[in-house]
Design a binder for this molecule. Structure first.
Ligand code: DC
Length: 219
């Protein structure tokens, strides 16, 4: 029996993970956050001080994996759960940089495809609809203006009481967009057959509704 695969791509901070989590819980699908895999690889490279020229070779000894505990994704590096460690601004930037290296993308490619082959998934990332799952049943490209994404991130961090200036957040977002869209291998772009959803002026509930409708129409 073949599985159902839904791809959600888009830039950092567009709300992919919040939306995909909500929709996958409603549908009983597994939510796969592929950015976490790139972050775990970036952490591995950073912690082990691996120069770019050695990354391909050293990844042969890396053991990055995902586990789903009660439907919730945890990321492992060997037998260490790194799900929280990978969420720093430093690792965000390192992941954006190292994800441009073809050896890193090759390393994670098969793992993502295997998960999608074995499970009904909503998979979010940058190249899911274009490269990883070109035959996905539904493809969505979710975006929002950089200012709106920075504003959402600012409010999220301010709630936790640890907030860099808004301008710094916006600068990081613009830099990451540029890096993710302009790399040679699997750059961030909308797949030709993806449905564009711009969440700039929409509430979370409106986006969830819209995306649920798109999915129901197609499957
Ligand atoms: O979604 P995120 O912010 O956690 O992703 C971190 C970085 O990983 C992002 O800047 C680009 C990279 N990434 C990628 O190249 N391809 C993916 N499918 C997912 C993430």
């Amino acid at each position: 029996m073949s599985t159902i695969n839904i791809a959600i791509d888009g830039p950092a901070g567009a709300g992919k993970s919040t939306i995909a989590k909500t929709v996958s819980a409603e549908m009983g699908y597994i939510y796969v956050d592929t950015g976490a895999l790139y972050r775990a690889v970036a952490l591995y490279i950073t912690e082990n001080n691996i120069p770019d020229s050695d990354i391909g070779e050293s990844l042969r000894h890396a053991d990055i994996s995902l586990k789903f505990i009660d439907g919730v994704q945890r990321v492992y590096s060997g037998d260490r759960d790194v799900s929280e460690l990978i969420r720093t601004p430093e690792i965000s930037m390192a992941a954006s940089r190292t994800s441009a290296i073809p050896a890193v993308r090759e390393y994670l490619f098969g793992l993502q495809q295997k998960i999608a082959r074995e499970n009904n998934v909503i998979m979010d990332g940058r190249d899911i609809g274009t490269v990883v799952l070109p035959n996905a049943d539904v493809k969505i490209y979710l975006t929002a203006s950089p200012e709106e994404r920075a504003d959402r991130r600012y409010r999220e961090l301010a709630e936790k009481g640890d907030c860099p200036p808004y301008e710094d957040i916006l600068k990081d977002i613009i830099q990451r967009d540029y890096q993710d869209m302009h790399r040679e291998t699997a750059p961030l772009k909308q797949a030709e057959d993806a449905v564009l959803v711009d969440s700039t002026n929409l509430t979370l509930e409106q986006v969830v509704k819209k995306i649920t409708e798109i999915i129901r129409e197609k499957i």
